[in-house]
Write a protein that binds this ligand. Structure first.
Ligand code: PLP
Length: 305
């Protein structure tokens, strides 16, 4: 998208002119916190919640972004406005924030930030083609061999770009089934999350999801829980084992781009009757109502080209 503008540490430039140093801590250490927000009808969804979570990640990782959350909000909205011309009337986009600690100097004390943070913000088309077919047929959820990094080592609530462990876990499940979506367990064998999504199952009419002791406090996770409560569906945050997924009535993933992605198979066995579940459909419909946009059809349209 040659006309797309990106924000980089105080400047708005075309994407070809956005450069960072090879010594940036983003590259050297994966020392970067991040957010991904999506639009519905060109309006950002829960941007304030994403920016709040970003500032919590910045605080815990002791990265000084050098501006307030309000200032970042203004910059983000301005960039989105400048880029809206790049997207068709029915096309939505992601807004991505990546904030690194700035330059990395070998042997330096990480509590002393050596340079201003590197602030990178860009928008990109909301390409849902890899997930769109699963709205109607459901995906195959497969457990990875690799376990989630325990929160005792890196709190799962810090949304960060150190993604190697997630990438390896996703490769493991794709080797089992190229269309599979990963279910990563924690070191105790409890269900944790997917590389970019939270996990839910439905059992006897209640919605179960892991507590945030082993997963990101996803904004789509929270939205799903709020929608469920409005629909009178009981929500329980608890420890969940693969056994519970095998015996669940319904299973789904939640994440910013697709909102809710049904799963109809877990490690080769059908979930419930093997069809997308009633409560899953109800929640997706309520989400569409909340944002005033049919979430499923535009994604399915992308598949048809
Ligand atoms: C590891 C991880 N878990 C869960 C999620 C879902 O979070 P959200 O609903 O805020 O997109 C993400 C999003 O990228 C993620 O990276």
């Amino acid at each position: 998208m040659p006309n797309r503008k990106v924000y980089i540490s105080g400047d708005i430039v075309t994407e070809a002119d956005a450069k960072i140093s090879i010594f940036d801590s983003a590259v050297m250490l994966g020392d970067t916190v991040t957010e991904s927000t999506r639009t519905f009808s060109h309006k950002p969804f829960k941007l304030k919640q994403h920016i709040d979570r970003l500032f919590q990640s910045l605080k815990v990782t002791r990265i000084d972004i050098g501006m307030t959350a309000d200032a970042l909000m203004d910059i983000t909205l301005d960039l989105l406005e400048k880029n809206l011309g790049c997207y068709g009337a029915n096309e939505d986009c992601w807004i991505v924030h990546n904030i690194s600690r700035g330059l990395s100097i070998a042997g330096a004390d990480p509590t002393v930030q050596c340079s201003p943070a590197t602030i990178m913000i860009f928008t990109q088309p909301m390409d849902l083609r890899t997930w769109a077919r699963f709205y109607s047929k459901g995906c195959h959820a497969v457990t990875a061999m690799s376990r989630i990094i325990p929160s005792q080592s890196l709190d799962a609530r810090i949304k960060n770009r150190s993604r190697l462990s997630y990438t390896m876990a996703e490769m493991e499940v794709k080797l089992v089934d190229p269309e599979a979506q990963g279910v990563i367990l924690d070191v105790n064998g409890n269900i944790a999350e997917n590389k970019g999504a939270n996990l839910f199952c439905v059992k006897d009419g209640s919605l179960l999801t892991p507590t945030t002791e082993n997963c990101l406090a996803g904004i789509s996770r929270k939205t799903t829980m709020e929608l469920a409560e409005k629909l009178g569906i009981e929500v329980k945050e608890c420890r969940i084992q693969p056994y519970d997924f095998y015996t669940a009535d319904e299973l789904f993933f939640t994440s910013t781009p697709y909102c809710i992605m049904p799963a109809t198979k877990f490690n080769g066995l059908p979930v419930g009757d093997g069809q997308v579940g009633k409560i899953t459909k109800q929640l997706l419909a309520s989400w569409s109502e909340l944002v005033g946009v049919d979430i499923v059809s535009p994604a399915e349209q992308q598949l048809k080209g």
